[in-house]
Design a protein. Structure first.
Length: 293
């Protein structure tokens, strides 16, 4: 299977404020083993033999005022090595007008999208946004609504409980393609929690401008669980259709508890009951279309 990894990171420790200081709890737990440089050569070594032929870099939370420096550095890496093949950068979507920042980022030919994480949860360690409604605020709607003019997608990162606010954003921006990060981050895996997640994702899936990134499923389990991967992937396909799903490794975060071949094996096994065309959509063509690679 020829694969496009639609969600990975590379980083230099010195550029990431959250890596510089003492290790503090984060959404994915103890990250001591990856509190170091993770550069493109290591990523390519990790993916060797997995079938990955293209990849998409997703912003790694450099200091906000370095938003253009991050894209510039990754662009230089791509020019020197041929990897990655597309870039999702950061721009503050809560500012009064993001167009000046978007103009700066648009100078980089590999830029394909923007991620400003807006997930909020009752558990403080799982919060990134100030409140659950930020994603549906007037400023965010205005700024995200302009991304279509730049030919950029928006990487939508929320929990299921934020679906009403996220729907305000999606409905107000029909000309923007949204890529739902980590399939809406299912965290409550009780039957009731799964039902709430399924209902929320179904409401987003009703909008044709939303794609679903099947990735990050080890975040809350802190392990690569093939049964959980199979459940999440199959639910996503049932909700969105395979033609609107795309695979991402979330490496090196998932490297905290697994290796790349084991991760892709779990995803490929989860999709084994699908048709060849459906598998090709999930692991290649949807990402190629979304990120134009």
């Amino acid at each position: 299977m020829k694969i496009v990894d639609a969600h990975h990171h590379i980083w230099r420790r010195a550029d990431l404020p959250w890596l510089l200081g003492p290790t503090v709890p984060r959404i994915f737990g103890d990250y001591g083993p990856i509190k170091r440089d993770y550069l493109i050569d290591e990523f390519r070594a990790d993916v060797a033999g997995s079938g990955v032929e293209k990849s998409v870099y997703v912003q790694a939370n450099w200091a906000p005022n370095w938003f253009a420096d991050e894209v510039a550095w990754v662009s230089r890496v791509a020019e020197a090595t041929g990897w990655p093949h597309a870039i999702t950068g950061f721009a503050d979507m809560t500012q009064a007008d993001a167009r000046r920042d978007l103009d700066r980022l648009s100078a980089y030919p590999l830029l394909r999208g923007i991620r400003h994480q807006m997930h909020w949860h009752e558990e403080p360690l799982y919060r990134f946004a100030a409140d659950p409604e930020t994603v549906g605020s007037d400023r965010v709607i205005a700024n995200v609504g302009r991304l279509g003019e730049y030919g950029l997608v928006f990487e939508l990162q929320i929990f299921a409980g934020q679906a009403p606010a996220a729907l305000r954003l999606v409905e107000a921006c029909p000309d923007v393609t949204f890529v739902l990060q980590h399939a809406g981050m299912p965290v409550d895996l009780t039957e009731e929690g799964k039902a709430r997640w399924r209902e929320a994702m179904g409401r987003l899936a009703a909008h044709p401008n939303v794609r679903c990134k099947v990735s990050g499923f080890g975040t809350f389990l802190r392990r690569n669980d093939p049964a959980h991967v199979a459940w999440a992937l199959q639910e996503a396909v049932a909700l969105f259709g395979a033609e609107r799903c795309l695979f991402g490794s979330n490496f090196p975060i998932e490297k905290l508890w697994t290796d790349y071949k084991s991760l892709t094996k779990a995803f490929l096994s989860a999709a084994s009951g699908l048709t060849e065309k459906q598998r090709k959509c999930i692991f290649r063509t949807t990402a190629e279309e979304v990120y134009r690679i």
